[in-house]
Design a protein. Sequence first.
Length: 300
Amino acid sequence: MTDIIIVGAGTAGLSAAIYGVRAAKSVLVFESEVYGGQIVNTPEIENYPGIKNISGYEFATNLYEQATELGAQVKFEKVIKIEDRGAEKTVVTDQGSYPCKSVILATGAKNRPLGVERETELVGAGISYCATCDGAFFRGKDVAVNGGGNTALEDAIYLSNFCNKVYLIHRRDAFRGEEKLVQALKNKENVVFVLNSTIKELLGEDRLSGVIVQDKITGEEKEIAINGLFVAIGQIPENSAFEAQVELDEKGYISAPESCKTKSAGIFVAGDCRTKNVRQLATAASDGAIAALAACEYLV
Ligand code: NAP
Protein backbone atom coordinates (compact mmCIF):
# COMPACT_ATOMS: atom_id res chain seq x y z
CA MET A 1 0.00 0.00 0.00
CA THR A 2 1.52 3.30 -1.14
CA ASP A 3 1.76 6.05 1.49
CA ILE A 4 1.00 8.94 -0.86
CA ILE A 5 -0.47 8.86 -4.35
CA ILE A 6 -0.18 12.14 -6.23
CA VAL A 7 -2.46 12.89 -9.17
CA GLY A 8 -0.58 15.10 -11.62
CA ALA A 9 3.12 15.51 -12.41
CA GLY A 10 3.20 19.28 -12.81
CA THR A 11 5.13 21.66 -10.57
CA ALA A 12 2.80 21.14 -7.59
CA GLY A 13 2.65 17.35 -7.94
CA LEU A 14 6.39 16.84 -8.41
CA SER A 15 7.20 19.27 -5.58
CA ALA A 16 4.87 17.25 -3.34
CA ALA A 17 6.64 14.07 -4.49
CA ILE A 18 10.05 15.49 -3.51
CA TYR A 19 8.81 16.40 -0.03
CA GLY A 20 7.05 13.05 0.36
CA VAL A 21 10.05 10.88 -0.51
CA ARG A 22 12.38 13.06 1.55
CA ALA A 23 10.10 12.30 4.52
CA ALA A 24 10.71 8.59 3.78
CA LYS A 25 7.20 7.93 2.45
CA SER A 26 6.47 5.77 -0.56
CA VAL A 27 5.22 8.04 -3.33
CA LEU A 28 3.50 7.17 -6.60
CA VAL A 29 2.65 9.94 -9.08
CA PHE A 30 0.12 9.52 -11.88
CA GLU A 31 0.25 11.70 -15.00
CA SER A 32 -2.10 11.36 -17.96
CA GLU A 33 -0.04 13.46 -20.40
CA VAL A 34 3.57 14.62 -20.08
CA TYR A 35 5.41 15.54 -16.88
CA GLY A 36 5.86 19.20 -16.04
CA GLY A 37 2.33 20.46 -16.58
CA GLN A 38 1.68 23.88 -18.09
CA ILE A 39 5.19 25.22 -17.46
CA VAL A 40 6.63 22.91 -20.13
CA ASN A 41 5.27 25.31 -22.75
CA THR A 42 6.78 28.48 -21.25
CA PRO A 43 9.80 29.57 -23.29
CA GLU A 44 11.54 31.43 -20.47
CA ILE A 45 11.07 31.59 -16.69
CA GLU A 46 12.59 34.60 -14.98
CA ASN A 47 10.55 34.83 -11.79
CA TYR A 48 11.26 31.60 -9.96
CA PRO A 49 13.28 32.58 -6.89
CA GLY A 50 16.84 31.32 -7.02
CA ILE A 51 16.88 30.59 -10.73
CA LYS A 52 17.73 33.60 -12.89
CA ASN A 53 16.62 32.20 -16.18
CA ILE A 54 15.50 28.78 -17.38
CA SER A 55 13.22 27.34 -20.05
CA GLY A 56 9.97 25.72 -18.93
CA TYR A 57 11.05 22.40 -20.44
CA GLU A 58 14.38 22.39 -18.61
CA PHE A 59 12.69 23.40 -15.35
CA ALA A 60 10.15 20.58 -15.69
CA THR A 61 12.83 18.04 -16.59
CA ASN A 62 14.95 19.03 -13.59
CA LEU A 63 11.92 18.69 -11.34
CA TYR A 64 11.01 15.29 -12.79
CA GLU A 65 14.56 13.98 -12.44
CA GLN A 66 14.87 15.37 -8.92
CA ALA A 67 11.66 13.62 -7.81
CA THR A 68 12.39 10.28 -9.50
CA GLU A 69 16.07 10.17 -8.49
CA LEU A 70 15.00 10.75 -4.89
CA GLY A 71 12.72 7.71 -5.18
CA ALA A 72 9.29 8.84 -6.39
CA GLN A 73 7.66 6.51 -8.90
CA VAL A 74 5.83 8.08 -11.85
CA LYS A 75 3.27 6.18 -13.92
CA PHE A 76 1.73 7.63 -17.08
CA GLU A 77 -1.87 6.58 -16.49
CA LYS A 78 -5.07 8.61 -16.35
CA VAL A 79 -6.77 8.69 -12.96
CA ILE A 80 -10.48 8.04 -13.34
CA LYS A 81 -11.66 8.10 -9.73
CA ILE A 82 -10.79 7.75 -6.09
CA GLU A 83 -12.52 5.37 -3.72
CA ASP A 84 -12.26 6.63 -0.16
CA ARG A 85 -12.72 4.07 2.61
CA GLY A 86 -11.14 6.19 5.32
CA ALA A 87 -7.67 4.93 6.25
CA GLU A 88 -7.50 2.99 2.98
CA LYS A 89 -8.15 4.62 -0.36
CA THR A 90 -7.97 3.31 -3.91
CA VAL A 91 -6.90 5.34 -6.89
CA VAL A 92 -8.43 3.89 -10.04
CA THR A 93 -6.69 4.64 -13.34
CA ASP A 94 -7.39 3.62 -16.92
CA GLN A 95 -4.95 0.76 -16.35
CA GLY A 96 -5.44 -0.46 -12.81
CA SER A 97 -6.37 0.11 -9.17
CA TYR A 98 -3.83 1.26 -6.61
CA PRO A 99 -4.39 1.16 -2.85
CA CYS A 100 -2.93 3.99 -0.79
CA LYS A 101 -3.18 5.75 2.54
CA SER A 102 -3.39 9.34 1.30
CA VAL A 103 -3.92 11.27 -1.93
CA ILE A 104 -2.71 14.64 -3.18
CA LEU A 105 -4.68 16.08 -6.08
CA ALA A 106 -2.43 18.25 -8.24
CA THR A 107 -4.40 18.12 -11.46
CA GLY A 108 -3.55 21.64 -12.64
CA ALA A 109 -5.72 23.06 -15.40
CA LYS A 110 -6.06 22.81 -19.16
CA ASN A 111 -6.15 25.53 -21.81
CA ARG A 112 -9.40 27.45 -22.06
CA PRO A 113 -10.82 27.21 -25.58
CA LEU A 114 -11.78 30.36 -27.47
CA GLY A 115 -15.32 29.12 -27.95
CA VAL A 116 -15.60 30.42 -31.51
CA GLU A 117 -17.17 28.33 -34.26
CA ARG A 118 -14.76 25.99 -36.16
CA GLU A 119 -12.07 26.27 -33.48
CA THR A 120 -11.73 22.50 -32.97
CA GLU A 121 -11.65 21.82 -36.70
CA LEU A 122 -8.78 24.31 -37.21
CA VAL A 123 -6.58 23.07 -34.37
CA GLY A 124 -3.36 21.96 -36.06
CA ALA A 125 -4.39 23.87 -39.19
CA GLY A 126 -3.48 27.33 -37.94
CA ILE A 127 -4.81 27.27 -34.40
CA SER A 128 -2.53 26.35 -31.52
CA TYR A 129 -2.51 26.65 -27.73
CA CYS A 130 1.26 26.38 -27.45
CA ALA A 131 3.64 28.88 -29.05
CA THR A 132 6.79 27.02 -28.04
CA CYS A 133 5.47 23.76 -29.50
CA ASP A 134 4.10 25.09 -32.79
CA GLY A 135 5.63 28.56 -33.28
CA ALA A 136 8.42 27.31 -35.57
CA PHE A 137 5.83 26.34 -38.21
CA PHE A 138 5.06 30.04 -38.63
CA ARG A 139 8.56 31.39 -39.22
CA GLY A 140 8.35 34.48 -41.45
CA LYS A 141 4.53 34.44 -41.34
CA ASP A 142 1.90 36.69 -39.78
CA VAL A 143 0.34 35.35 -36.60
CA ALA A 144 -1.89 36.52 -33.75
CA VAL A 145 -1.88 35.79 -30.04
CA ASN A 146 -5.13 36.10 -28.12
CA GLY A 147 -5.04 36.93 -24.40
CA GLY A 148 -3.71 39.45 -21.90
CA GLY A 149 -2.01 37.33 -19.25
CA ASN A 150 1.63 36.34 -18.87
CA THR A 151 1.23 33.39 -21.22
CA ALA A 152 -0.08 35.56 -24.06
CA LEU A 153 2.60 38.22 -23.49
CA GLU A 154 5.41 35.68 -23.37
CA ASP A 155 4.06 33.88 -26.42
CA ALA A 156 3.91 37.17 -28.35
CA ILE A 157 7.51 38.02 -27.40
CA TYR A 158 8.68 34.56 -28.41
CA LEU A 159 6.86 34.61 -31.76
CA SER A 160 7.99 38.16 -32.57
CA ASN A 161 11.57 36.86 -32.70
CA PHE A 162 10.94 34.92 -35.92
CA CYS A 163 7.46 35.69 -37.25
CA ASN A 164 6.90 38.53 -39.71
CA LYS A 165 4.15 40.22 -37.74
CA VAL A 166 2.47 39.41 -34.42
CA TYR A 167 -0.97 40.80 -33.60
CA LEU A 168 -1.71 40.76 -29.89
CA ILE A 169 -5.47 40.61 -29.55
CA HIS A 170 -6.86 41.30 -26.07
CA ARG A 171 -10.38 41.99 -24.87
CA ARG A 172 -9.34 44.93 -22.66
CA ASP A 173 -6.82 47.77 -22.92
CA ALA A 174 -5.05 46.81 -19.68
CA PHE A 175 -3.06 43.63 -19.27
CA ARG A 176 -3.25 41.05 -16.53
CA GLY A 177 0.35 40.00 -17.26
CA GLU A 178 3.54 41.70 -16.08
CA GLU A 179 4.25 45.29 -17.12
CA LYS A 180 7.85 44.37 -17.98
CA LEU A 181 6.55 42.02 -20.68
CA VAL A 182 4.12 44.64 -22.01
CA GLN A 183 6.99 47.14 -22.32
CA ALA A 184 9.14 44.57 -24.10
CA LEU A 185 6.33 44.07 -26.63
CA LYS A 186 5.88 47.82 -27.12
CA ASN A 187 9.53 48.00 -28.12
CA LYS A 188 9.07 45.41 -30.84
CA GLU A 189 8.51 46.85 -34.30
CA ASN A 190 6.64 43.82 -35.62
CA VAL A 191 4.06 43.63 -32.81
CA VAL A 192 0.64 45.21 -33.33
CA PHE A 193 -1.67 45.67 -30.34
CA VAL A 194 -5.34 45.00 -31.10
CA LEU A 195 -7.01 46.02 -27.84
CA ASN A 196 -10.59 46.05 -26.53
CA SER A 197 -11.21 43.42 -29.16
CA THR A 198 -12.64 39.94 -29.28
CA ILE A 199 -12.37 37.31 -32.00
CA LYS A 200 -15.76 36.79 -33.61
CA GLU A 201 -14.98 34.54 -36.54
CA LEU A 202 -12.25 32.25 -37.84
CA LEU A 203 -11.61 32.49 -41.59
CA GLY A 204 -10.17 30.00 -44.07
CA GLU A 205 -11.24 26.75 -45.70
CA ASP A 206 -8.84 23.92 -44.78
CA ARG A 207 -6.43 26.19 -42.93
CA LEU A 208 -6.83 29.37 -40.93
CA SER A 209 -6.33 32.43 -43.14
CA GLY A 210 -7.54 35.17 -40.83
CA VAL A 211 -9.86 36.29 -38.06
CA ILE A 212 -12.65 38.82 -37.74
CA VAL A 213 -12.28 40.88 -34.58
CA GLN A 214 -14.82 43.21 -33.08
CA ASP A 215 -13.89 46.38 -31.22
CA LYS A 216 -15.89 46.18 -27.98
CA ILE A 217 -16.19 49.96 -27.70
CA THR A 218 -17.14 50.99 -31.24
CA GLY A 219 -18.71 47.69 -32.27
CA GLU A 220 -16.66 47.92 -35.48
CA GLU A 221 -15.54 44.66 -37.06
CA LYS A 222 -12.35 44.16 -39.07
CA GLU A 223 -10.53 41.32 -40.76
CA ILE A 224 -6.94 40.48 -39.89
CA ALA A 225 -5.12 38.17 -42.28
CA ILE A 226 -2.98 35.66 -40.36
CA ASN A 227 -1.56 32.19 -40.86
CA GLY A 228 -1.56 31.23 -37.21
CA LEU A 229 -3.55 32.00 -34.09
CA PHE A 230 -2.16 31.20 -30.64
CA VAL A 231 -4.92 31.05 -28.05
CA ALA A 232 -3.66 31.98 -24.57
CA ILE A 233 -6.77 32.97 -22.66
CA GLY A 234 -6.16 31.17 -19.40
CA GLN A 235 -6.99 27.78 -18.05
CA ILE A 236 -9.92 25.77 -16.80
CA PRO A 237 -9.68 23.06 -14.16
CA GLU A 238 -10.72 19.43 -14.66
CA ASN A 239 -11.77 18.02 -11.31
CA SER A 240 -15.18 16.51 -11.90
CA ALA A 241 -13.78 12.98 -11.36
CA PHE A 242 -13.18 13.86 -7.70
CA GLU A 243 -16.49 15.54 -6.93
CA ALA A 244 -17.51 12.79 -4.50
CA GLN A 245 -14.51 13.41 -2.22
CA VAL A 246 -13.82 17.14 -2.53
CA GLU A 247 -15.82 20.32 -2.75
CA LEU A 248 -15.57 22.23 -6.03
CA ASP A 249 -16.17 25.99 -6.31
CA GLU A 250 -18.39 27.51 -9.00
CA LYS A 251 -15.48 27.49 -11.50
CA GLY A 252 -14.55 23.85 -10.81
CA TYR A 253 -11.48 24.47 -8.61
CA ILE A 254 -11.07 22.29 -5.49
CA SER A 255 -12.01 24.28 -2.39
CA ALA A 256 -9.29 24.21 0.25
CA PRO A 257 -7.50 26.80 2.38
CA GLU A 258 -3.73 27.40 2.44
CA SER A 259 -3.37 24.19 4.52
CA CYS A 260 -4.21 22.30 1.27
CA LYS A 261 -6.59 20.06 3.26
CA THR A 262 -9.85 19.11 1.56
CA LYS A 263 -13.05 18.15 3.36
CA SER A 264 -11.97 14.46 3.22
CA ALA A 265 -9.35 13.27 5.72
CA GLY A 266 -6.22 12.11 3.92
CA ILE A 267 -7.07 13.86 0.63
CA PHE A 268 -5.09 17.00 -0.09
CA VAL A 269 -4.94 19.45 -3.00
CA ALA A 270 -2.00 21.39 -4.41
CA GLY A 271 -1.32 23.92 -7.15
CA ASP A 272 -3.46 25.52 -9.82
CA CYS A 273 -6.41 23.15 -9.27
CA ARG A 274 -6.96 24.63 -5.79
CA THR A 275 -9.06 27.71 -5.03
CA LYS A 276 -6.56 30.58 -4.73
CA ASN A 277 -5.80 34.08 -5.92
CA VAL A 278 -2.23 33.69 -7.14
CA ARG A 279 -1.39 30.91 -9.58
CA GLN A 280 2.36 31.02 -10.13
CA LEU A 281 5.18 28.51 -10.37
CA ALA A 282 6.33 29.56 -6.90
CA THR A 283 2.87 29.09 -5.37
CA ALA A 284 2.46 25.71 -7.09
CA ALA A 285 5.76 24.52 -5.59
CA SER A 286 4.74 25.97 -2.23
CA ASP A 287 1.42 24.12 -2.30
CA GLY A 288 3.23 20.91 -3.18
CA ALA A 289 5.43 21.21 -0.10
CA ILE A 290 2.50 22.12 2.16
CA ALA A 291 0.27 19.30 0.88
CA ALA A 292 3.04 16.68 1.16
CA LEU A 293 3.92 17.70 4.72
CA ALA A 294 0.22 17.69 5.63
CA ALA A 295 -0.05 14.18 4.17
CA CYS A 296 2.99 13.08 6.22
CA GLU A 297 1.40 14.50 9.37
CA TYR A 298 -1.85 12.66 8.52
CA LEU A 299 0.06 9.39 8.04
CA VAL A 300 1.51 9.65 11.56
P1 NAP B 1 -4.48 34.42 -17.08
O1 NAP B 1 -3.47 35.14 -16.28
O2 NAP B 1 -5.70 33.88 -16.41
O3 NAP B 1 -4.91 35.38 -18.27
C1 NAP B 1 -5.89 35.00 -19.17
C2 NAP B 1 -6.11 36.16 -20.13
O4 NAP B 1 -7.06 35.75 -21.09
C3 NAP B 1 -6.66 37.39 -19.44
O5 NAP B 1 -6.02 38.52 -19.96
C4 NAP B 1 -8.13 37.37 -19.78
O6 NAP B 1 -8.66 38.65 -19.97
C5 NAP B 1 -8.14 36.66 -21.11
N1 NAP B 1 -9.36 35.88 -21.29
C6 NAP B 1 -9.94 35.01 -20.44
N2 NAP B 1 -11.05 34.47 -20.98
C7 NAP B 1 -11.16 35.02 -22.22
C8 NAP B 1 -12.09 34.85 -23.27
N3 NAP B 1 -13.12 34.00 -23.16
N4 NAP B 1 -11.91 35.57 -24.40
C9 NAP B 1 -10.86 36.43 -24.51
N5 NAP B 1 -9.94 36.62 -23.55
C10 NAP B 1 -10.09 35.91 -22.42
O7 NAP B 1 -3.85 33.13 -17.84
P2 NAP B 1 -2.36 32.84 -18.29
O8 NAP B 1 -1.76 33.98 -18.99
O9 NAP B 1 -2.39 31.53 -18.98
O10 NAP B 1 -1.60 32.66 -16.90
C11 NAP B 1 -2.08 31.70 -15.94
C12 NAP B 1 -1.24 31.84 -14.68
O11 NAP B 1 0.08 31.38 -14.95
C13 NAP B 1 -1.11 33.28 -14.23
O12 NAP B 1 -1.09 33.32 -12.84
C14 NAP B 1 0.20 33.71 -14.81
O13 NAP B 1 0.81 34.78 -14.10
C15 NAP B 1 0.99 32.43 -14.67
N6 NAP B 1 2.08 32.40 -15.68
C16 NAP B 1 3.31 32.72 -15.23
C17 NAP B 1 4.37 32.69 -16.12
C18 NAP B 1 5.73 33.01 -15.59
O14 NAP B 1 5.80 33.31 -14.43
N7 NAP B 1 6.77 32.96 -16.40
C19 NAP B 1 4.18 32.39 -17.46
C20 NAP B 1 2.90 32.11 -17.90
C21 NAP B 1 1.86 32.12 -16.98
P3 NAP B 1 -8.94 39.65 -18.73
O15 NAP B 1 -7.61 40.14 -18.32
O16 NAP B 1 -9.82 40.66 -19.34
O17 NAP B 1 -9.63 38.81 -17.70
